[in-house]
Unconditional design. Sequence first.
Length: 115
Amino acid sequence: QVQLVESGGGLVQTGGSLRLSCAASGIILSINSMGWYRQAPGKQRELVATITKGGSASYADSVKGRFTISRDNAKNTVYLQMNSLKPEDAAVYYCNANLNYAPRWGQGTQVTVSS
């Protein structure tokens, strides 16, 4: 069974940094685009960043210049480096990937930013 497992969330002060990781495991035939979404309490899940298999990245306007998405295709892993964190970045962050020709989600990892 294929799955995505996130790690790296936690509590950080405003202006701090965190690095999220998401590894795909199981029998993997294909991984295409990968990305990160987030959902704050009472809000809809929103796109944070995506990256193609070739490494082309795109970002939500709210995180441009502060977050960097990257991936290691050999490790089937996607990363999200988050710098200059703000209280409004606090949310559950979910990894998403087109894995074996189907969209799949990780279980989520909590990011808390204290002011």
